[in-house]
Every structure is written in structure tokens, then in C-alpha cells.
Design a protein around this ligand. Structure first.
Ligand SMILES: *Cc1c(COP(=O)(O)O)cnc(C)c1O
Length: 434
């Protein structure tokens, strides 16, 4: 597999290089030089595959001979070791539960696959890989748990003191092994600034092999295609062939993976991108002008993105055919008041609790289906509601089933090193704790 930069399609790098660089020097994003259509035999078999089986088939086609097949199979079985059920709420309305991984959010798919790919590519005897992540909550948990126990890697997470939720803090600070947490007296931006400065510090780069495990890493995008194929397979088993996916979107990596699956031949009828008040993409579909703006804070804070980093990938996928994008994808945006209302409506209608991100996707699917009868709709549930205890009224909060792994977390001791936000202290910590 070769990849080019969206800013410079004439140069290309190996998959391994793209994984360790995360982002090309020219600040574009890596995209596969060729996106093969999966063979007819794959689609004929689709209803019969388990999630790891079809994940292997998809990855094999995309990666080519980059990783030998036996190794790839083992890697995928280790990475994709939890379910992604499409649960029917009523005729032609399904919720795709992507929160059954260790951090209870869909980012586990990307983080677990990427960590194992990185570990695979590390040569024996090579310096341990030091992953630095700044987090405002969710990404850090997925990355930490994704790398937990992965040989020859170590993760240092920086999070702003007092500014992450209780469950998030437990996920960040109770791992031990190769994961350590630093709680920074500052904001998320301060954490991010420390990480960025570390990457350009000569002394640190000489002493440590640093990587960012960034959210735009191509190794996080690829595994997100798996659950689209898997959801489609589940609907096929029920005789449904006319399928729309509705995706709660922030950086547009999730829906970008869906479009990649479509490019590989998955016959999806419609993609619906649902956003909160950060409506750069819905505005683009309305006006034809793509105009990134500063993000605004909402209840669905994992989608508070004014300049979606994966948009460049979507634009690149459809660079030769903007009209195809406009017919394949629509986009809606909702306020916090509509989000809260949607949570209530889903609960009243189905006795089902959705997190605020998922609620927005349900709302958008409902709006779209009102105009399009006879299409089965799947809305993606990106996180377990127990991660956002403060957004629910008491009766809905009481109906949330807290997974056993969270109860187990609550019994563990939090361990984090406190640092202030100056770079020298952070650098001294990294050099002093190699
Ligand atoms: C990251 C995240 C999103 C947004 O996904 P993108 O790939 O950035 O569009 C939505 N919901 C939750 C819970 C998330 O953590």
C-alpha cells in the first residue's frame, strides 16, 4: 500500500511511514494511492462473515502485501475483539452501538488498530516508542486503553487538571503498566502546546522516539471502515438492502471512513452527517462555500470542531466528482436544546438512552427519513451514555446501565503526576523518567 499527501499527490510513502509520521510535512493528509473495489465474491459472502473476518478481508485488500496475511489476521483478531451490534429500535431504524470497546466509545476501533500496527512495525531492539497525547477527555482514554500492554510502547497522557469528567479521569489514570498520566495545571490548549513543543525539541528527540498517535493517522481511519461493512452485513441478514447511515460528526473521520467503505464498493444509499452548532459542513452543503470557523462549546463536546481535520480527505475522495458527493451525502446541524429534546424523545419512544452525540444522529436520521420512505436507517452511537452523566434528567440517568468495567474502574486508585504548564518541567519529567 502506498499513500500520497492530499497537498502533493505526486509523492508517495509506504504505509509504515504514513503511520509513524501521522501527518505529511506539507500538512496535508495521507490517502491511499489506490482504493480497490472489493471483489463480488466478498459481497456475496458478506452476510456470513463475523466482524473480525470481514475486517481481515477489507484490510487485506486495502493494505495489499504490506503486512503478511497471517500477521494481519492475528493483529485484527487482537484489535477488534468486541462487538458492534446494529440494534433495531423499530422497523427500519437501527442504532449501531460502537461503544462496546474498553473506553466505551467508537474511537477504540481506531486506537486499538493503530497501536497494534505501530507495535508490529517496531523492529526488535529498537527504541521504545513514546506516544505523547494531550486530551480534553475522550481521545486520551481510547489511546491509553488502545496501547495498554502493547509491547515496546509507552503512553504519556497530558490532561487539564479538574477539567475532565470523573469517568474520563479514571480511564486516564488507573491503567498502570505502560501508561502514565500527567495532570497539568492549565487548559487543554496548554497540554497541547506542551506536546507540540516536545516534538520539535532536539534534546528530547535525541533521547526518545516520540510519536503523536494523532487522530488523523491513517491507521485510525482504516479500521473504522470495518463497522460499516459489518452493520450492512447485519441488515442484509434481515433482508434489508437499501441502507442509509447517519453519523454524528466533529472531525469527520468517522463519516470519512464510511465514504471510504462506499468507495470500496459498499452500496450505501445515503450518508447523513449530523453536527451540533459547529456547522461548517452543513453550511457548505447549503451555500457551496467551505468556511472553517472557531469552534463553539456544546453539550456534544466531542464534536465541537469548527475546522474538521478530515474534510480534506473527503474532498480528496470526491475531487473528480463534486456532484457525486452532493448526491451521496447530506448534512444537518442541531442546537443544544434540540439535543436535549432528542435524548428525551428517544427515551420516551424506545426506553433507550443515547449520549448527546448519538442523539443528534438520531434526530438527523428522523428528519431525513421523513422525506425518504422505504430506506433502512442506521444511526451510529459513538459513545456509551454513562460517560456523560451530567446531561441527563434524573429518570433517564437512572435508566442507564453502567457497564461492569466502569464499576471496576471506580475501585481503582487514580495515579497522576501533577505538573504546571511550563515546558521545562515537562521536559525534565520526560528526560528523568525514561
Ligand atoms: C470523536 C467523537 C465524535 C466525532 O467523530 P469524528 O470522527 O471526529 O467526526 C462523535 N462522538 C463521540 C462520542 C466522539 O468521541
Amino acid at each position: 500500500m502506498k499513500l500520497y499527501s492530499t497537498n502533493n499527490p505526486s509523492s508517495s510513502v509506504s504505509f509504515q511511514e504514513a503511520v509513524f509520521n501521522s501527518m505529511p510535512q506539507d500538512k496535508g493528509l495521507y490517502m491511499p494511492v489506490s482504493i480497490p473495489r472489493l471483489p463480488d465474491s466478498f459481497f456475496e459472502q458478506l452476510p456470513n462473515y463475523t466482524l473480525p473476518q470481514l475486517a481481515f478481508e477489507v484490510a487485506k485488500h486495502l493494505l495489499g502485501d504490506t503486512i503478511p496475511q497471517n500477521d494481519l489476521k492475528a493483529l485484527i483478531e487482537d484489535a477488534v475483539n468486541f462487538e458492534a451490534p446494529a440494534v433495531e429500535l423499530e422497523e427500519d431504524v437501527y442504532v449501531l452501538e460502537l461503544f462496546h470497546g474498553p473506553s466505551l466509545a467508537f474511537k477504540d476501533f481506531g486506537a486499538r488498530f493503530m497501536s497494534r500496527v505501530m507495535s508490529y512495525f517496531l523492529r526488535e531492539g529498537e527504541k521504545q516508542l513514546d506516544v505523547l497525547v494531550a486530551t480534553s477527555g475522550d481521545t486520551g482514554g481510547a489511546v491509553a486503553l488502545g496501547f495498554l500492554g502493547v509491547p515496546n510502547t509507552r503512553v504519556t497522557i497530558l490532561y487539564p487538571k479538574g477539567k475532565v469528567s470523573d469517568i474520563q479521569e479514571l480511564q486516564l489514570t488507573t491503567n498502570g503498566q505502560n501508561i502514565r498520566a500527567l495532570t497539568i495545571d492549565g487548559t487543554f490548549d496548554d497540554c497541547q502546546a506542551l506536546v507540540k513543543q516536545a516534538f520539535v525539541d532536539d534534546e528530547l528527540n535525541a533521547a526518545l522516539r516520540l510519536t503523536s498517535a494523532n487522530s488523523i493517522n491513517i491507521a485510525r481511519l482504516i479500521p473504522q471502515t470495518f463497522y460499516y461493512f459489518n452493520a450492512y452485513a447485519q441488515l442484509l441478514r434481515e433482508g434489508k438492502t437499501n441502507v442509509a447511515f447517519c453519523v454524528p460528526s466533529g472531525n469527520f473521520g468517522n463519516i470519512g471512513a464510511g465514504l471510504l467503505a462506499w468507495k470500496m464498493g459498499l452500496p450505501v444509499k445515503q450518508f447523513i452527517a449530523a453536527t451540533n452548532a459547529n456547522d461548517t459542513v452543513p453550511a457548505f452543503f447549503k451555500t457551496g462555500i467551505y468556511e472553517p470557523k472557531p469552534s463553539v462549546q456544546t453539550l456534544s463536546n466531542a464534536m465541537d470542531v469548527g475546522n474538521p481535520s478530515n474534510w480534506a480527505r473527503i474532498a480528496d475522495l470526491f475531487k473528480d466528482d463534486a456532484e457525486a458527493l452532493k448526491s451521496l451525502m447530506v448534512s444537518y446541524s442541531y442546537t443544544d436544546a434540540q439535543t436535549t429534546e432528542a435524548i428525551q424523545q428517544v427515551f420516551d419512544k424506545y426506553k433507550y438512552v443515547v449520549c448527546p452525540h448519538t442523539a443528534i444522529a438520531w434526530k438527523a436520521l428522523t428528519e431525513w427519513q421523513a422525506q425518504h420512505a422505504g430506506v433502512s436507517g442506521v444511526f451510529l452511537s459513538t459513545a456509551h451514555p454513562c460517560k456523560f452523566p451530567n446531561v441527563f434528567p434524573a429518570d433517564i440517568a437512572a435508566a442507564i446501565e453502567v457497564p461492569s468495567q466502569v464499576e471496576e474502574l471506580e475501585r481503582r486508585e487514580k495515579q497522576a503526576v501533577s505538573l504546571d504548564k511550563d515546558f521545562d518541567g515537562f521536559k525534565a519529567f520526560l528526560l528523568g523518567n525514561k
